[in-house]
Design a protein around this ligand. Sequence first.
Ligand SMILES: Cc1ncc(COP(=O)(O)O)c(C=O)c1O
Length: 365
Amino acid sequence: MKLLPTLSEVYNQASYPITGHAKRNVQVLKEALASYDGELDSDVYGSGAVIEPFQERMAKLLGKPAAVFFPSGTMAQQIALRIWSDGAGSKKVAYHPLCHLEIHEKDGLKELHHLEPILLADTTRPVRLADVVGMEEPVACVLLELPQREIGGQLPPYEELVEISAHCREKGIKLHLDGARLFEALPYYGVAADELCSLFDSVYISFYKGLGGIAGAVLAGEYDFTEESKVWKRRHGGDLISLYPYILSAEYYMERRMPRMAQYYHEAQELAALYNACSTITTVPQVPVSNMFHVHSALPKEVLEPILIAVIEETGFGFTHVLRDKDDGGSYYEVSIGDRYAELPKEKLRDAFRMLDERVRAAAE
Ligand SMILES: Cc1ncc(COP(=O)(O)O)c(C=O)c1O
């Protein structure tokens, strides 16, 4: 008996994947390194011509005195919160219940650093001023993730960020930015990176989300803070003898994709409108505020998945490779726009959405 293909199998075969930049394969690194001179010396344990000028450029871009390259955001952010906690003599830090540290890091912050998170807001919305002002216990640090990935990339209004920052400064609370997708959020806010980062004491950015590099992160802040973070980076085993594959690919893709962030943002809005015209489907947020959003359907996963598989096979458009259950019985998946979207044949895309709409409508009846 022939087994039906899975959603990820049909997605991988699709002629027109809708999301992302390109396949995550070795070509991504080959393309990035092709333009560099093979005689360029490697960085060595955090020093050298590949890493130091790059860190300086990142510090300048983020408007901070110094920046340090890390192999991962997971490492960089746990260290940032540890430093702020030690400085304040308090184990308490506050963040969103669905932030990366809380749900994707196997409790590293608690197990390795014995920090005690206080959860702000709820699982449907981002942290707002009232959540921060209303905290009952003193904390060393508040972490804000902009945009908040697990709720479709929602963002609080910019004016509230300014107020949160002023409140934290007044109370002596450090404010840390999880800016894994910082550049993706800037077109909506209409401000430059350094302006937004000036509201925060420490900032982390990622090079492999919207920028599409291999991996890697930068942690930026005051000089004393970044120097301390280097000690912790060594303790965590993150001070790799050579980080140049990550740094050079970060540099290469950053140059290409930073100027496209506004384009991805507008394309996300265009695509979300196609989804919102389909029966049983809504996007969160309804109008995207970055290059990403979530697609929610009232149909359960076991009903929507075979529909998606069939529509992908029949039209060649890869909508998603994974579908998840929602607590209310429906299902959802994440969409993030990259280079691929601009290349899609738009008339055929609209036809594919018409087919999706017909199938979900029939299934809902
Ligand atoms: C919002 C957010 N913060 C932090 C991280 C951690 O990044 P890394 O994979 O580099 O550890 C991620 C990764 O997906 C993320 O989405």
